[in-house]
Design a protein around this ligand. Sequence first.
Ligand code: 1CP
Length: 398
Amino acid sequence: MDNSETLKILKETIDKLKITKENLREMRKTNKTFPRQTNTRILDAFQSFAQFDRAPIWMMRQAGRYLPEFKEIMKNRDFFDACQDPFIAAEITLQPIKQFEIDAAIIFSDILTLPKAMGMEIIMDKEKGPVIKNKLETIDDINRIKSPDPESLEHVYDALYLTRQALQGKQTLIGFCGAPFTVFSYMVEGETSKMFLKTKKWLYQYTQETRKVLDLIAKESAKYLINQVKEGGAQVIQIFDSFAGQIPSIDYKEFVIPSLRILLEEFKQECPTTPLIMFAKDQNGVEVILTFLKMYLGETPLVDGFQLDSNVSDEVLIKIIESDRTIQGNLEPGVLYGTQQILKKRVSQMIEKLQTTRRYIVNLSHGLTPDHEVEKVRLFIQESIRQSKLFKVREILE
Ligand code: 1CP
């Protein structure tokens, strides 16, 4: 395929740095200097006493099918082929950056990239989403899970490196992985589930075996995230536990958090200064949040920020603010289907509530979907920036 046609945004960086398919990995391994960071809004949101002009903003699933140029580049491409080509993955990561005033880029990849490297045969069905051909059905199937061949994830670090170069310090680069529980769910369900019955059968029937798999995923996820930072240049990490809310908090605490703790400890041991955001979807109750807030590796918090749902309680918000952690969120993405009037109102209410902490990053409570309109997305960003600046001015005047 002719790259000059496809790599519209990335072209300038590739030409300037003389990066080719052949020399990219060697360049990454020998030269880890990146452009100076000029936009520090996201990183500042993890510092005490940071000065800021407005809250930073990015959006979950900001690269995706709602963008015509995403559909165009993916027209004749398989999803995982696109992920595995660092040039294509970087180009897609940059698509929302090119057109919106956002402060972070999240690398184009998937939470299933790691389990794929661990021996799960996964295809991305255009209608159904991820489908796993060899899902875990019996306890013996656990033996099929293996440590990834290190070579099989290098493409992710290449894509991060390329993207970080192209961002020129104007946005912060976010790396990510799925949390052990969500990844495990995919491994046993084989696809996105409504009831999570297989996950629950494993959890409550084969508890020991389930915990063994969760720990295994946790250890590999830690290595993967460390490499995203050290090899690829990711500046912030987010962990997506999208299915966390499928089980009661009592079980989440007893069976899931121990494996998350392994992941977090091993990551923070190696990357103590890299901010880490936890997204435990629908587990934003005080019990679980307090458990995370109490987790430290020595003086270092294991979780630096929380992506929150739209229905988070004031009690939880206060706990997070008191503990000096960062809040990210939390507009219901469905509001972007609505009228300008409701969108503006909800953005204003969100800023009023959440910007009371200085450690705030505007985001949604879940991801953008193919049916979101680009102009509504733009309005969400513009309005968030406007309201955030207004809030700041009012704060100074008061
Ligand atoms: O901008 C970005 O966010 C791009 C990077 C990204 C991220 C962070 C993608 C690309 N996927 C993810 C995370 C991810 N993938 C999650 C966690 C966040 C969440 O809860 O949404 C999950 C659960 C997945 C699994 C997944 N991948 C699904 C199923 C989602 C569900 O709830 O049913 C699907 C449909 C995908 C495909 C996928 N991944 C990413 C994109 C852009 C796409 C769509 C591909 C396409 O439509 O062509």
